[in-house]
Design a protein around this ligand. Structure first.
Ligand code: ZN
Length: 465
């Protein structure tokens, strides 16, 4: 390959065409669509909703605002947009605001161009230098986002509109790139007006000086839908500027929630244990989150992130591993009696409507029970377990716990009529740890369907007729 142009002259001679950031993203998107490339790897469940809308926004050169509750992969989507930027683009070397060498906007580059002409040096910018993001808070100032006039330089007698007196903020520093403002409605109204002016009018008032800054930025924002629709939270002209409002959502299908859990959970490779998670236990974890998203006791404005499922899943597996190590079992298989250990994980991930002391744990326990019941009923019909129930009605009682060896469950399955067959339904392979997990699901499911009684004595759980 020919050497990259290092001066303005070489760049011009190479015939290089500088595109606007929107043209560049559009061009690269079209290429990727043609090649059938996966545009947003690792993003699950948005194939038919968010992604086509986002692609359309890029194709039409529209700035985007994502509306959604927390934990809906908004940041991940936005960062993935960086993959639509060219591998490198030329800029005036040393420029603070990534100036286009053919048409620099900062004063310093324009002066250099006038002095050095075609000898001006070119730097090549990688995509990560063309991305910026900021969490909006009420104390963010125009200086942070756009820039500040240096009062000392003004006092030195510089001409008032002389941009040499400007200290550039975050957005100019992302010139010719993508800039994301998270939680846009939290920005003070005055700052929103400044933002609009810089994007639309291409000039801005800083300390009373009107400064021209024709930036080229792809602007993305996120907002909670409720804040966004609240009148007065976003100034109308800024709202109008966003060409596309895209509503994100939580996984619509349990399988998507599970795929994300599996994909995102923290993995270690320091243990020799084999981890095997029955499908129904994954479903239980996903279902806990899904029930929390509908619970009147949980603040639905903040939502319940997929991160709750991931953290619950990790805690569940941790407790199962702890048991396997203690009992010297080779296989790690989570059980229903491991579920209370997800409470510390989910507690930090939901906001409760009520703040009565101690009530939170009760609410979470109810969600867990609801999840187990729903999943049990998906896999079993209580009628097919009548034989098991009859045995308990006849005086049988069994004890289970999260530290009971798997072999004890294998014995139960073998001796309680009908239980073995039920176990085989969800656990065709039948290693002891898997049998243990299945037995617990069945006993708890029968209890939640009011077919068995259950007593808790310390850490042990007793089922009886
Ligand atoms: Zn410059």
């Amino acid at each position: 390959m020919a050497r990259k142009p290092g001066t303005l002259k070489q760049l011009r001679d190479s015939g290089y065409n500088v595109a606007s950031v929107k043209e560049e993203m559009r061009r690269n998107l079209i290429k990727k669509i043609r090649r059938g490339e996966e545009l947003f790897p690792g993003i699950v469940g948005y194939e038919e909703s968010v992604i086509p809308q986002l692609e359309n926004a890029i194709l039409s050169g529209q700035d985007v605002i994502f509306l959604g509750e927390r934990g809906q992969a908004k940041s991940r989507l936005i960062r993935a947009l960086v993959s639509l930027l060219d591998d490198e683009v030329p800029s005036v070397a040393g420029c603070e605001i990534n100036d286009n060498p053919f048409r620099p906007i900062c004063r310093s580059c324009r002066d250099r161009l006038a002095e050095e002409g075609d000898a001006v040096k070119i730097a090549w910018l990688p995509p990560d230098q063309r991305y910026g993001e900021k969490l909006a808070t009420p104390d963010i100032t125009i200086a942070d986002l756009i820039g500040e006039v240096d009062p000392i330089r003004v006092a030195e007698g510089r001409y008032l509109s002389d941009e040499l007196t400007i200290h550039y903020g975050l957005i100019p520093r992302t010139n010719r790139g993508i800039f994301c403002i998270n939680e846009l409605p939290d920005l003070a109204e005055r700052i929103q007006v400044g933002l609009f002016n810089i994007m639309e009018e291409r000039d801005v008032q800083i300390r009373g000086y009107r400064i021209r800054m024709p930036l080229d930025v792809y602007l993305v924002a996120t907002a909670n839908p409720e804040d966004y629709t609240n009148r007065g939270r976003i100034v109308t002209p800024l709202k109008d500027r966003y060409g596309a409002q895209i509503r994100t959502h939580y996984p619509r299908r349990v399988e998507h929630e599970i795929d994300i859990m599996e994909q995102e959970r923290h993995r270690f490779d320091d243990v020799e244990h084999e981890v095997s998670v029955p499908q129904y236990m994954k479903e239980v974890v996903a279902e806990i989150t899904r029930l929390a998203r509908r619970s009147p006791d949980v603040n639905q404005r903040s939502g319940v992130s997929v991160r709750a499922s991931i953290a619950d899943y990790e805690s569940l597996l941790a407790n199962a591993l702890r048991r396997a190590i203690r009992l010297n079992e080779k296989m790690v298989v989570p059980r229903v009696s491991d579920l209370p250990y997800v409470i510390p994980a989910i507690s930090g991930k939901v906001e409760f409507e009520t703040v009565e002391d101690g009530k939170e744990e009760q609410i979470l326990e109810k969600l867990i029970q609801g999840a187990v019941l729903a999943v049990f009923n998906r896999h079993f019909n209580v009628v097919e377990l009548e034989e098991v129930v009859t045995r308990f009605k006849g005086g049988l009682s069994v004890e289970v716990s999260d530290v009971l060896p798997s072999a004890a469950y294998v014995k139960m399955a073998r001796t309680i009529p009908g239980l073995q067959r039920a176990v085989a339904k969800v656990c065709p392979e039948g290693s002891p740890a898997l049998v243990a997990s299945a037995v617990e699901l069945i006993l708890e499911g029968l209890h939640l369907n009011k077919r068995l009684n259950k007593d808790k004595v310390g850490g042990r759980i007793q089922f009886r007729g």
